[in-house]
Ligand binder design. Structure first.
Ligand code: ATP
Length: 323
């Protein structure tokens, strides 16, 4: 499939950034087709926020080029800013004023008329289930409500591209799912989402494409399925409660990994129907009954650990170095 530049919401090549002699980004390329979710994954300090800050014009890169919504990042920074919304780790929500006042302030910043401002505010508060809390100071909101308000505020300017920097860090499972739902709705409405996250399941759930950032470079890129294929690790797990049955199975089955404490056996397997049937037939033939059988396919965690296993060289100038 060929993608021309105008179909790309984000097209960056050779982005570089260093702080002192610490290279944070060593020439990275990013392409995000319009209307898709792109997720940048990486361990703490990998440079994810730096990428977001560069692409959203907050800081400038030392090298490389980028076009956002068709506009050149440096030459047309103003047009870029008009096309994007950013919800970062440091929220724009002012706790001293109410949710509604926060929204109206955003509407003012976007030069909407009073009437338009009120209308957009009411619609977005409703959409994000904040109408009831609208007249309360934002400082009284829960973590999930604050994030929802933050996104609602970002949407006042109707951005075509949204940068979400770790949008669910610190949220409880229910709020995370609400946030995922919000992100899915944004995308089905045509918005492009650039998401950074430390949660692999989040990227797995939401992203069309995932890039893993490590040591200043993108070390792997693809769909969640493609990335999972990069690592071995699929297996069938058999759990026993009867130690005798466990021993029988362990001796009889070849290529198993034993866990004597939990009476569990692991058999390498891609998880296909054929392989599963072979294992079941074999257990039947040997009259062995496992109490529990589960199939494990590699998940993004496996990929992540495999790809980011080699330690990132930490120069002594790093401010994180503790002496
Ligand atoms: N202004 C700065 N001056 C010096 N070093 C910086 C500056 N900003 C970031 N860094 C360093 O650049 C590296 C990347 O930081 P960045 O915040 O982009 O990482 P991250 O992947 O977003 O990590 P996290 O998930 O912890 O936020 C870190 O080692 C950080 O210490």
């Amino acid at each position: 499939m060929t993608t021309t530049t105008h179909e790309l919401a984000i097209a960056a090549t050779g982005l570089r950034k260093s702080y002192g002699d610490k290279t944070v980004l060593d020439g990275i390329d990013i392409q995000v087709p319009a209307g898709t979710v792109f997720s940048l994954l990486g361990p703490n300090g990998a440079g994810k926020t730096t990428v977001v800050n560069i692409l959203s014009t907050l800081i400038s890169a030392d090298g490389g080029q980028a076009r956002i919504a068709g506009h050149d990042l440096t030459a047309e920074a103003q047009a870029v800013r008009a096309a994007i919304g950013v919800t970062g780790q440091f929220s724009a929500v002012d706790g001293l004023i109410t949710g509604e006042e926060n929204m109206l302030l955003m509407a003012d910043l976007h030069h909407l008329s009073k009437r338009e401002g009120r209308q957009v505010t009411a619609e977005l508060l409703e959409r994000f289930d904040l109408t009831e809390a609208a007249k309360k100071p934002a400082s009284t909101y829960s973590g999930g409500m604050k994030r929802r308000l933050d996104i609602a505020m970002t949407l006042v300017g109707s951005p075509r591209i949204i940068f979400l920097d770790e949008p669910t860090t610190g949220l409880d499972p229910r709020s995370r799912h609400t946030m995922w739902q919000i992100i899915r709705e944004l995308v089905s409405g045509g918005t492009t989402v650039f998401l950074t996250t430390q949660y692999l399941d989040e990227a797995d759930q939401l992203a069309d494409r995932i890039a893993v950032l490590n040591g200043g470079s993108i070390v792997a890129e693809g769909s969640a399925e493609e990335l999972k294929r990069l690592v071995p690790g699929g297996h069938v797990r058999l759990r026993f409660t009867d130690p005798v049955a466990y021993e029988q199975a362990a001796t009889a089955l070849r290529e198993t990994t034993r866990d004597d404490e939990s009476l569990t056996l692991q058999i390498p397997s891609g998880g296909s129907q054929r392989e599963l049937r072979a294992i079941l037939d074999w257990l039947d033939a040997a009259a062995i009954e496992a109490d529990e059988l589960s199939v494990h396919t590699p998940d993004l965690d496996d990929v992540f650990f495999a790809l980011t296993a080699s330690p990132v060289p930490a120069p002594s100038t790093s401010k994180e170095t503790v002496r």
